[in-house]
Design a protein around this ligand. Structure first.
Ligand code: BGC
Length: 765
């Protein structure tokens, strides 16, 4: 590890001999050296200083900078979040070096969920790329920019599997599938942490929200989660485990309760599973205010009780509440919490600081003061090319009737809709330090693409919503949604007038970014009524209609699917979103995205997910029977299935070839297909492998994703795609909660979505 000795540190160390002399290395980056160092450091710390390390605070109205300075001086804070410039971070680290007794560096964290300054597509969109290289690219760039701002940790990736589109936070995760989420999460962790979280341009990750937050009842945020142990271990825990196996240094603990126990109070989850079974060595951090919330959850009688329970359950660091600082001293004094327990928690904090390289150089992500950027938001600090590349890959073509797309650049295009010119919305929620003014809205992207060739006619057409209550909700903390004062009819009339002059209409509709966020649960999934009315009026013009959806969750778009000649799902595609969508609209990029979530036809179908269990009375569409599992007022099955997405070219998939009809015990078999680009354009697609265990000791899902490969094929080109299937792919948690692979027949399904597959079988011996 390179020893960078900053000027301010050198000055402050000269002023403070004490322990600091041997505090700052260089220290070898080994576990053994770390443990020896941290033990020695702990032996020099007072109880208050240890408790101070366990406190994580956000700079804000409740804790202004002056209060933080005071806390730093008294060793009462271990880490800071929501501070994102080198100047601010340096000032605080300077205070540690100049004012505190032990000079234990702070670490600095932030929600770098899909970019820091350059904003990439929301994670749900990234998942639609099914591209692990793109994921790694997002991770590397995000870590680079975050580290370049002085940060050491991110609260990401979020790997909460969610089958609940009403939940606004599905936008932050990788969709409904366990396997895809696990792959995405572990790629992100590896890319962000690089070779070492201590490196100049790496940051440490903190996987969240442990556990099963994506399954909140009714999709209402912060609500209860209740599920069988089989489902928890089979479907919800693996992405966290995979991200930890990839080396994540941190875990953020969920706000919800799981089977009655709030995660923050769950020693089974945090100790037995996380540290015991999974051998996690890093740091656990409570979510915002979660320790206090144990009282409202009804498991703690008062603040002391909440702190005692959180400590006993294995919460190392408390986020944004003062409870540890206030109540731990008394609890240690009374013996309710032991010094060993405090030591353990403080040790985990100090360990990660060591792993971040902060004891070699507290300024390692800051560099010398002179190197600070003149302008934090400078254009030169962005990674636009990478953002555009990933955003294109995240876009899913849902419908393309009679090859409406791609559009011609010399056409006259009416571009309408409340999202067509919104720089804020295209970035999505949790857009970190991204600046809306630097993002390319769709209107700009289309203009860039058509420059000097065709004509763009723009009209807003509608407000995001005409519901005043929802407008106020969206503008609660920032002026995020601008409301046009004209009447809905005036807005529509203007759009229709533009449409009538155009060859084709492109309507950018969907959700404002604030509709798919924390605390943004919906009880309905429709496009808001104001926009539905706009679409109806546009449809009535008889012009070809291309719908560009922007949203952070599956929407119920049955009607829109009927109205549209072509439809694109573009999620919230980030800083370069407008250019990326234009690339797809005009065919400069052939869409290749695949849905990481099922799109329901109506809210009433929820939960709807592709890897469901069979029932004893399956509904047969060809031979309907009253006493079978279905709704009498709706069709079974989603509007668009998991894994679905079209291309401007066509692909064919050959029958599956098995390397053997049998798989030996603990061995493997290979399944392969030949995929041919049978159309006229080059294009990429995602080949998906699903397995099914048709007869097992417990019911097993009708299909489960067990592999995928993204391939690029020139027009006319073919490629054989091979999947190795080993015993791990067959395993599941049985009724006795043992992880087993049971001998017998297995079905193999390979296709370009979860429905249209080529099928084969093998026997596991
Ligand atoms: C969210 C976390 C987030 C934290 C810090 C909480 O409200 O649940 O996901 O990391 O705030 O911003």
């Amino acid at each position: 590890m390179k020893w960078i000795y900053s000027v301010s540190l050198a000055v402050s160390l000269a002023m403070q001999p004490a322990f600091a002399d041997d505090l700052f290395g260089p220290h070898p980056m080994t576990e053994q050296a770390r443990d020896a160092f941290v033990n020695q450091l702990l032996s020099k710390m007072t109880l208050d200083e240890k408790i101070g390390q366990m406190r994580l605070i956000s700079v804000g109205p409740d804790t202004p900078k002056s209060a933080i300075r005071d806390m730093i001086q008294h060793g009462q804070v271990g880490a800071i979040f929501n501070t994102v410039t080198r100047q601010d971070i340096r000032a605080m680290q300077d205070q540690v070096m100049q004012l505190s007794r032990l000079k234990i560096p702070l670490f600095f964290a932030y929600d770098v969920v899909h970019g820091q300054r350059t904003i990439f597509p929301i994670p749900l969109g990234l998942a639609a790329s099914w591209d692990l290289d793109a994921t790694a690219e997002v991770g590397r760039v995000s870590a680079y920019e975050a580290a370049d701002d002085g940060l050491n940790m991110t609260w990401a990736p979020m790997v909460d599997v969610s089958r609940e589109p009403r939940w606004g936070r599905g936008s932050e995760g990788f969709g409904e599938d366990t396997f895809l989420s696990a792959q995405m999460g572990s790629s992100m962790v590896k890319a962000m942490q690089g070779k070492s979280a201590a490196d100049r341009y790496s940051i440490m990750t903190s996987v969240k929200h442990f556990a099963a937050y994506g399954a909140v009842e009714g999709g209402r945020d912060y609500n209860t989660v209740d599920m069988s142990p089989q489902r928890l271990f089979q479907d919800y825990l693996p992405p966290y485990k995979a991200s930890l196996d990839a080396g994540s240094g941190g875990v953020m603990v969920a706000l919800n309760s799981l089977n009655g126990t709030p995660a923050t109070a769950d020693s089974w989850l945090l100790k037995d599973i996380l540290r015991g079974d999974w051998k996690f060595k890093g740091i656990t951090i409570s979510d915002h205010g979660a320790i206090k919330e144990l009282i409202k959850h009804g498991v703690a009688s008062d603040p002391q009780d909440a702190v005692r329970i959180a400590m006993k359950s294995g919460i190392d660091m408390s986020m944004s509440d003062e409870y540890y600082s206030k109540y731990l001293p008394g609890l240690v004094k009374s013996g309710a919490v032991s010094m060993a327990e405090v030591d353990d928690a403080a040790r985990h904090v100090l360990n990660v600081k060591y792993d971040m390289g902060l004891f070699n150089d507290p300024y390692s992500h800051l560099g010398p003061k002179e190197s600070d950027p003149q302008d934090t938001n400078a254009e030169s600090r962005l990674h636009r090319a990478e953002a555009r590349d990933v955003a294109r890959k995240s876009i899913v073509l849902l419908k393309n009737w009679r090859e409406t797309l791609p559009l011609k650049k010399d056409a006259t295009i009416a571009l309408v809709g409340p999202l067509a010119d919104s720089q804020r919305d295209i970035m999505g929620s949790w857009s970190a330090a991204g600046v809306a003014k630097q993002s390319i809205p769709l209107l700009q992207g289309v203009r860039n693409a058509m420059a000097g060739k065709g004509t763009v006619l723009y009209a807003k057409g509608a407000n995001i919503t005409d519901n005043k209550g929802i407008q106020d909700f969206l503008n609660l903390y920032e002026q995020a949604v601008s409301v046009d004062k004209r009447s809905p009819q005036e807005l529509i009339d203007e759009a229709v007038a533009q449409a009538k002059k155009a060859d084709v209409v492109v309507a950018a509709v969907g959700e404002a970014q604030g509709m798919a966020h924390e605390a943004s649960s919906r009880s309905d999934l429709v496009i808001p009524e104001s926009q539905q009315k706009l679409l109806a009026a546009l449809k009535a013009t008889g012009k070809p209609l291309v719908i560009v959806l922007m949203n952070g969750r599956p929407l119920t778009v049955v009607k829109e699917d009927q109205q549209a000649d072509a439809m694109l799902e573009t999620w919230f595609s980030g800083t370069e979103g407008g250019n990326a969508i234009a690339d797809v609209l005009f065919g400069d990029y052939n869409p290749s995205g695949k849905l990481p979530v099922s799109f329901p036809r109506s809210v009433g179908q929820i939960p709807i997910y592709y890897n469901h269990l069979p029932t004893g009375r399956p509904y047969n569409f060809a031979k309907p029977n009253k006493y079978t599992s279905h709704y009498y007022d709706a069709v079974n099955g989603p509007l668009y299935p998991f894994g679905y997405g079209l291309s401007y070219t066509t692909f064919t998939v050959s029958p599956v070839k098995m390397s053997s009809r049998t798989m030996p015990r603990n061995g493997s078999v290979e399944a392969s297909v030949t995929v041919t680009n049978s159309g006229k354009r080059d294009g990429a697609t995602v080949v998906q492998l699903y397995l099914n265990d048709p007869v097992a000791s417990i019911s097993r899902p009708v299909q489960e994703l067990r592999g995928f490969q993204r391939i690029m094929l020139k027009a006319g080109e073919s490629q054989t795609v091979k999947f190795k299937i080993d015993v791990d792919a067959l395993k599941f948690w049985n009724q006795k909660m043992q992880q087993v692979a049971e001998p017998g027949k297995f079905n193999v399904m390979i296709g370009l979505d979860s429905v249209r597959t080529q099928d084969a079988q093998f026997d596991y011996l």
